[in-house]
Write a protein that binds this ligand. Structure first.
Ligand SMILES: [Zn+2]
Length: 707
């Protein structure tokens, strides 16, 4: 329904001007291209079986031309600018472009191929210049400013006023007030940055996929559980080996190997390969790109009137200034580092008792963590995997959403998917009405980028009737094998709760405008709804709901949970330290006010030494494989996870204070906060929920850091 309307709209726009050959051609593409046609499927899901990778580029080109025509129509409108004919018209323009780009970015990340990669590369500069042409268009801005200057007299509803404010700020932040010369420079910088950051990501993916450690010696595997042995055997076969096991530098492969393999030389080889990705002085090296990206970001910040990139980015966030972030991080850091040092000392004791000289190295850390856990807590992480079979954990998150928000999830096997392994659910509200569609794509494969994430194929909006959200969550879990289902580690299971929290944020959205809906919140707020879900998973009454042995059905024993928690808290210093080191590194690069003379490795080493990081711990991401900040959207924002942790610890405390983790009143307030998406300021949303600002003490307490 929605798409028919759009086609009609754009057809009018096109006939309103003199249709050029280019436009007629675009019209034909639109008629034939399955991406641009109305999706005549249940719930308007993308017809994946009809869409070919080759369809995206022409669809994009048509959609960009349409968007341009719609913007031109706003500018050429001879009536006086109003909220409706300017601000709303801008919000509603480019529907087809949103449609194609939302779908494309989901697919390009989760199930890419050479055509999609090439499309992405070709499009990056085109899109960047398209948006620059809009954001730096003075005639358009004049109209927006004229509405903005009149805002007091317009009697706007709160969400309309917020939309106006956001649109206006987007333009001023993008450099609309620059002179002609500077605008041209800014466009050039944006174009270069788009290509460089893309190249960075491609290099990293290639370097990650290229590495293989193959062994025929089963003693290399140590205590590796059978499900992961089989996966390594499958990996070996996929890579053309007839026998043996292969390990890669993808986290689901390397981490269990580092935890379990007694072969120190092999651990060292894998650890170093991981830590050296895109840092090998070959054609996939990212060092030169980093220097270029950092320098361009400094230029851009200065052009727009900021001291540095971090200051520019943070102006949009809850934290507002880099100093506020550093102050908060400096409060946490000494506790984390001290705890990590204690952990190292405990491991050294065992290491020396094993007859070794000196100290443990980075490639020993995970291996000795397991030893301490076994010795001190008699805990072996592998004991817990059978209780976290992936479908059981999925059931757990569904039950949690049901208890808190009354949501229910109905598995559908009749709906289109982008990969046979993808699962799809219809989500319903408490009253049984349709809420949205949820896709789950669990297993690691070459066509999927690393990590776990959520994104939206279609965001919620409600202008001429409710457009329901379609969200996807993506993971890199070990795939099931012929002998074993996919059994997750505790952390991996927690990741499912995390991404599901993002999904809920998208699904519960109930706002008018798409650009303010769901997860469209500041970077340092967006991880809060996801991280808060992890709190529930650790609670015995939640574990009892789903953590059942995949063979016997037995609920995870209380004693094992206790051991797991004690054992997990043992490595908490390491977890916080490696994360924070990366967050600091991000800020070190992005608070630079002039490019550094130092090489990438030298800069990194100098800064981390100053910070006091011990050399047995690497930052979770080193510069050459820190795709969050050099190819994703997290530059000067990697701290956000911890900032959001302050919110999530404080929010969970609100439930705990009632004595009921599923308290209906708090849950209802939480749902209200989620339903508002990004239609109000983050701190306002939070204080409306909690009645006060969040207190850091609950995070310190949760981490066992005494204040
Ligand atoms: Zn997240």
């Amino acid at each position: 329904m929605k798409n028919t309307l759009l086609l009609v709209l754009s057809a009018i726009t096109l006939t309103a001007c003199n249709a050029s050959t280019e436009e007629i051609k675009n019209q034909q593409v639109e008629n034939e291209n399955p991406i641009l046609q109305e999706w005549d499927t249940p719930f308007g899901l993308p017809p994946f079986d009809k869409i070919k990778s080759e369809d995206y580029l022409p669809a994009y080109k048509t959609a960009i031309a349409e968007h341009k025509a719609e913007i031109d129509a706003i500018i050429k409108n001879e009536e006086a600018p109003t909220f409706t004919n300017t601000i709303e018209a801008l919000e509603f323009a480019g529907n087809n472009l949103t449609k194609v780009s939302s779908l494309f970015s989901c697919l390009e990340a989760a199930n890419t191929d050479d055509v999609l990669k090439a499309t992405n590369k070709e499009l990056a500069p085109i899109l960047s210049s398209h948006y620059d042409n809009i954001m730096l268009n003075e005639d358009l801005f004049k109209k927006i400013k004229s509405v903005y200057d009149e805002k007091e007299a317009l009697n706007l509803k709160p969400i309309e006023a917020y939309l106006l404010e956001e649109k206006y700020k987007n333009f001023t932040r993008s450099g609309i007030n620059l002179n002609k010369e500077d605008k041209k420079t800014l466009k050039e910088i944006n174009g270069k940055l788009a290509s460089l950051t893309l190249q960075y990501g491609d290099n990293l993916l290639d370097e990650t996929n290229a590495f293989e450690y193959h062994t025929n010696d089963s003693s290399d595997l140590g205590n590796l559980p059978s499900s992961l042995r089989e996966l390594a055997m499958q990996e070996a076969k996929n890579r053309g080996n007839e026998t043996g096991w292969s390990f890669t530098v993808q986290r689901p492969s390397i981490n269990p190997f580092l935890q379990n393999s007694p072969n120190r030389a092999a651990r060292k080889l894998l650890y170093n390969a991981y830590a050296q990705r895109a840092n090998n002085d070959n054609d996939k090296d990212n060092k030169k790109l980093i220097k270029e990206i950092v320098a361009l970001r400094i230029d851009k910040a200065k052009l727009l009137g900021y001291k540095n990139h971090a200051e520019r980015i943070l102006a949009n966030n809850m934290a507002e200034k880099p100093e506020a972030v550093l102050e908060f991080m400096d409060k946490m850091w000494p506790f984390a580092l001290a705890k990590a040092k204690e952990e190292k000392a405990a491991m050294n004791k065992i290491y020396k008792a094993d007859g070794n000289e000196g100290d443990i190295k980075g490639y020993d850390w995970r291996y000795y963590v397991e030893k301490v856990r076994k010795e001190r807590y008699n805990f072996n992480e592998e004991e817990t995997r059978p209780y976290f079979e992936v479908t059981a954990v999925t059931k757990g998150v569904f039950e949690l959403a049901n208890k808190l928000f009354g949501m229910s999830f109905e598995k559908r096997t009749d709906l289109p998917t982008w990969h046979p392994e993808q699962k799809v659910y219809e989500v319903k509200n408490r009253d049984g009405s349709h809420c949205g569609i949820l896709y789950l794509d669990f297993f690691a494969r070459d066509s999927k980028r690393g990590g776990a994430w959520m994104n939206s194929i279609r965001k919620q909006s409600n202008v001429n009737g409710m457009i329901h959200p379609i969200v996807t969550t993506n993971f890199n879990y070990p795939a099931p094998t012929s002998n074993s289902p996919s059994l997750l580690s505790y952390r991996e299971a927690e990741t499912l709760f995390h991404e599901f929290g993002h999904a809920i944020h998208g699904l519960l959205s109930d706002v008018k405008y798409r650009s303010l809906s769901g997860t469209a919140v500041p970077r340092d707020f967006v991880e809060f709804p996801s991280q808060v879900m992890e709190n529930w998973m650790g609670e015995p009454e939640v574990l009892q709901l789903f953590a059942k042995h995949y063979e016997t059905g037995e609920v995870i024993p209380a004693e094992l949970i206790k051991k797991l928690k004690d054992a997990n808290s043992f490595n908490g210093g390491f977890g916080t330290t490696e994360y924070m080191a990366a967050a600091y590194l991000d800020l070190y690069w992005h608070t630079l006010e002039a490019p550094t003379e130092l090489g990438v490795n030298e800069f990194e080493a100098q800064k981390l030494t100053e910070l006091g990081l011990i050399d047995v711990i690497q930052p979770r991401y080193r510069s050459t494989y820190f795709s969050h900040i050099f190819s994703g959207g997290y530059s000067a924002g990697y701290y956000s996870y911890q900032w959001s942790e302050v919110l999530d610890a404080d929010c969970f405390q609100a439930f705990k204070e009632t004595g009921n983790l599923f308290d209906a009143t708090v849950a209802k307030k939480y749902q209200e906060m989620m339903s508002k998406g990004g239609s109000e300021k983050g701190m306002k949303l939070y204080t409306d929920f909690r009645g006060q600002e969040p207190d850091i003490k609950w995070l310190l307490e949760k981490k066992g850091f005494k204040n």
